[in-house]
Design a protein around this ligand. Structure first.
Ligand code: NAD
Ligand code: UDP
Length: 315
């Protein structure tokens, strides 16, 4: 049994990670400030004797009077709508907050896994994106608080690793979806599903040709845990699903699966919206023997069932 701190543990990915770590018999400390996390995500874990909720903001210093073996650092708003709501706080979470969590891991001699992102590649000129691609980020745009924030967070991680010998694991997560996504996060999967369930217009930004590659959350969590528990490499390692789809294709799949009367409408593209995104997961396959196993249709069906319970709790 390990003692594991999961920051952002009440969020979408964090809550699935806490659940899985508890199921494997670990003692889990879930730290969250509930900015985008939801209490309903972890409600079922509160009665587990191995689960402790700590309400705290990583931007403020944090001390724990306990030994800790591992830290998964997920605390940061992840959707463009949320991270642009208070961009300065997003930068702070990735700088002050990152330093606080690195300092904690150093003091506890714990291994720290940083949840970085495909956004470090920006609007990529290389496709698919391997880990050695250095990225194309507009440091002046509205996405920069997150993209540049996560880039400097990676830099801080590497500096703590080199300067203090911190035991580090770096993971670059690509678009992940599944039950417990925040209904107001404005992300494409949650937007399309909710719009379809409510028979409202499905909002495609741009002409529908932009692409993303969607990884189901269970596959993502498996990748994070495998990366944390291997001892060969610091990373970074891409964790994502290489199956690339256009937003038009995604809209059609959601419409078909839900059988909605919704029609697609076209809206202005957000500034700096990356045109294409697809992970090169060669490294994850070789190092972790990991690849996603959930087809998009299966993952979407599970996600639709979750959102159905929010739209119509009696169903
Ligand atoms: P999420 O917004 O659901 O979860 C983030 C959690 O962190 C929330 O519970 C939130 O309340 C908490 N949080 C935010 N700022 C905090 C702070 N200052 N102090 C304490 N807690 C704070 O997002 P998610 O999709 O679960 O993403 C989790 C992590 O994975 C994030 O770091 C994100 O950048 C990374 N990631 C996610 C995706 C994705 O597609 N979901 C893709 C790439 C990277
Ligand atoms: N998108 C869309 N309609 C929506 C929400 C998003 O067409 O209602 C597009 C968005 O412009 C982008 C893609 O879907 O091209 C993925 O957006 P999301 O916010 O989910 O993630 P990210 O851009 O961070 O990958």
């Amino acid at each position: 049994m390990s003692k594991i701190l999961v920051t952002g543990g009440a969020g979408f990915i964090g809550s699935h990670l806490c659940e899985r770590l508890l199921a494997e018999g670990n003692e889990v400390y879930c730290l969250d400030n509930f900015f985008t996390g939801q209490r309903r995500n972890i409600k079922h874990l509160l009665t587990n004797k191995n689960f402790t909720l700590i309400e705290h903001d990583i931007i403020d210093p944090f001390y724990l009077d306990l030994p800790i073996d591992q830290v998964y650092n997920l605390a940061c708003p992840a959707s463009p709508v949320h991270y642009q709501q208070n961009p300065i706080r997003t930068v702070k979470a990735n700088t002050k907050g990152m330093i606080n969590m690195l300092g904690l891991a150093k003091a506890k001699k714990a291994r720290l896994l940083q949840a970085s992102t495909s956004e470090v590649y920006g609007d990529p000129e290389v496709h698919p994106q391997p880990e050695n691609y250095k990225g194309s980020v507009n440091c002046l745009g509205p996405r920069a608080c997150y993209d540049e924030g996560k880039r400097v967070a990676e830099t801080l991680c590497m500096d703590y690793h080199r300067e203090h010998n911190l035991d580090l694991r770096l993971v670059r997560i690509f678009n992940t979806y599944g039950p417990r996504m925040h209904p107001d996060d404005g992300r494409v999967v949650s937007n399309f599903i909710l719009q379809a369930l409510r028979h409202q217009p499905i909002t495609i930004y741009g002409d529908g040709s932009h692409t993303r590659s969607f990884c189901f959350v269970d596959d993502n969590v498996e990748g994070l845990i495998r990366m944390m528990n291997q001892s060969k490499e610091t990373g970074p390692v891409n964790i994502g699903n290489p199956d690339e789809v256009t937003m038009s294709e995604l809209a059609n799949q959601v419409i078909k699966l839900i059988g909605t009367s919704s029609k697609t409408v076209y809206k202005k593209l957000p500034e700096d919206d990356p045109k294409r995104r697809q992970p090169d997961i060669t490294k994850a396959k070789e190092l972790l023997d990991w690849q996603p196993t959930t087809p998009l249709q299966v993952g979407l069906t599970k996600t639709i069932a979750y959102f159905q319970t929010l739209v119509d709790p009696a169903a």
